[in-house]
Design a protein around this ligand. Structure first.
Ligand code: C2O
Ligand code: CU
Length: 549
């Protein structure tokens, strides 16, 4: 291990996009925030100073944090917020096999919209990529731009319980810039300068808050070589679909005529076709160096699918395969000891808040709408404090698996802080079933903290427990930390529960997450939490000061 120390300063900074200025929470005054660039096997310390007026936590998305949930970051799950004027040091422990691109982001309310950055994990010294060394590399961090004050709007949203009408992104950005096609964008569009006849590695991060994205480059094919900090078999394609939370490493060859080419990112949605969204495209420019007259307008990627193109969007999902070589082996569990079926849906919840009965849309997993505890699940588990969570997250037997009825009516879900407990080395298979209600149907990119998992199967309609497992890929399934449950479909994944700790599982569409489409896994090892994981750091942010929400 080599030690790296980084300091992240959280504070308000002024930015102007779409011809309008606003102040927002940023890290080190930059949007997106700074890149953490390390080699495989490195250990990283990050000291976060909160000079903003909003409490916040930071999550290292996709980093396994072996036996160290204390530094994982999700608010109310593994820690309480770093309050204004205080600081906290994260010890970021990568899995030994993690290499490629990951990212970090704030994990409190919607603060991650402006507080995020990439993590680049280069091959360990003395080793190299499983593909010819690229001539250069470039980050493509795709983000959301909200014209208003997001944190304020978020608080209003909660106090009014207007759960169905939260503001949408006003634009998407590539490396912080919305690009040529939006008002006042042209001056600052992100550019990547390349030479003819070379190969470049693009590390793409979908850091937007609520939306799956298409990404393409005019006239250039993409060769996908990695995703979520793992390598894949090379896959040549004209566009990618990338869910919030996912990263994708792609190679491009600069073999087109000298010129300027747009890279474009735009929304992909399976949400009701009747809903029209702003079909905005964020652009950046791939610019060849050399002697030529630059075009007035770069060429547009005609290979970029339109936002309702489900065939291109969902068709992309099953394409990726693990590299599966001796250097980058597949460790998919073969003898499953624990099978779970988890339904993901948007339905109605009702509960009493300050004496009034409230009913609104909620997200749920197995019909449980997760309620954040006021303290932290990890702290309660470690210190044997009762009353913070219960361990009765339901397992549904396959016989429950019948969603052929009329889904127009919205069932009520139960609100609770229900977690699922696993024993060490349980060999787990989870089938996620989208049970979306008609009119509310959409994809759900599910993300597991503390692990990667193998995506062994995927399909549409209702999972069939007799026939579908026969087609599972146990040879070179894609290894991920975030995978989309396709609209009205299912996805099956496997992992070995070998990382003791407390780990959040959630839809990475933040709108669904704050609606309660999440749960928590506790992985034990032996009788006491004290012996199964690293001890807490000397200073953890106090859970006594609570956020207003
Ligand atoms: Cu990208 Cu719970 O995280
Ligand atoms: Cu979702």
């Amino acid at each position: 291990f080599t030690g790296y120390s980084n300091v992240l300063q959280l504070k308000e900074t002024n930015f102007t996009r779409l011809c309008k200025s606003k102040s927002m929470m940023t890290v080190n005054d930059s949007f997106p925030g700074p890149v953490i660039r390390i080699h495989r096997g490195d250990l990283v310390y990050v000291n976060v100073h909160n000079q903003d007026d909003f409490g916040v936590t930071i999550h290292w998305h996709g980093v396994k944090q072996t036996r160290n949930p204390w530094s994982d970051g999700p608010d109310h799950i593994t820690q309480c917020r770093i309050q204004p004027g205080t600081n906290f040091t994260y010890k970021v422990i990568f899995g030994e096999d993690q290499e490629g691109t990951l990212w970090w982001h704030a994990h409190s309310d919607w603060t991650r919209a402006s507080v995020h950055g990439a993590i680049v994990i280069l091959p360990a010294e003395g080793t190299t990529y499983p593909f010819p060394k690229p001539d250069g590399e470039h980050l493509v961090v795709i983000g959301s731009w909200f014209s208003g004050d997001l944190n304020k709007e978020f608080e209003e949203f909660f106090s009014n319980q207007t759960f169905e009408s939260l503001l949408d992104d006003n634009a998407f950005t590539i490396n912080g810039e919305p690009g040529d096609l939006v008002p006042c964008g042209r001056e600052t569009t992100d550019r990547y300068l390349v030479d003819y006849g070379k190969t470049y590695l693009l590390r793409i991060v979908n850091a937007v808050v609520n939306v799956e994205l298409f990404f393409a480059i005019s006239e250039h094919n993409l060769t996908i070589v990695g995703t979520d900090g793992t390598y894949t078999k090379p896959k040549v394609i004209s566009y990618i679909m990338i869910a919030p939370g996912q990263t994708m490493d792609v190679l491009i060859t600069t073999n087109q005529s000298l010129g300027h080419y747009y890279m474009g990112a735009r929304r992909f949605t399976t949400f009701s076709e009747n809903v029209s969204f702003d079909n905005m495209t964020a652009t950046a420019i791939l610019q060849y160096r050399g002697n030529y007259t630059p075009p007035v307008v770069p060429s547009f990627p005609t290979n970029l699918p339109t936002f309702h193109d489900s065939e291109s969007g969902l068709g992309f999902l099953p394409l990726l395969r693990s590299l599966a070589t001796p250097e980058h082996p597949v460790n998919v569990p073969l003898n499953i000891t624990t099978r779970m079926f988890i339904t993901a849906s948007i339905n109605l919840i009702n509960y009493t808040h300050e004496g009034t009965e409230i009913s609104h849309l909620g997200g749920s997993l197995n019909n449980i709408t997760f309620m954040d505890p006021s303290s932290s699940v990890l702290l309660a588990y470690y210190r044997h404090i009762s009353g913070v969570y219960t361990t009765d997250f339901p397992d549904y037997p396959p016989s429950f698996y019948n969603f052929t009825g009329d889904m127009h009516t919205r069932p009520m879900s139960v609100v609770g802080t229900k977690v699922r407990v696993f024993n060490y080395n349980e060999s787990v298979e989870i089938v996620f079933q989208g049970t979306n209600l008609q009119g509310q149907a959409s994809d759900h990119p599910m993300h597991l903290h503390g692990y990667t998992f193998y995506v062994v199967g995927m399909g549409y309609g209702v999972f069939n427990n007799e026939t579908d497992p026969k087609s599972f890929n146990l040879v070179d399934p894609s290894e991920r930390n975030t995978i989309t449950i396709p609209k009205n479909g299912w996805v099956a994944l496997r992992f070995l529960a070998n990382n003791p700790g407390v780990w959040l599982w959630h839809c990475h569409i933040d709108r669904h997450l704050i609606w309660g489409m999440d749960t928590t896994f506790i992985v034990k090892n032996g009788e006491t939490p004290e012996t199964s994981m690293l001890p807490p750091p000397a200073y953890m942010p106090s859970c006594a000061v609570q956020s207003p929400i």
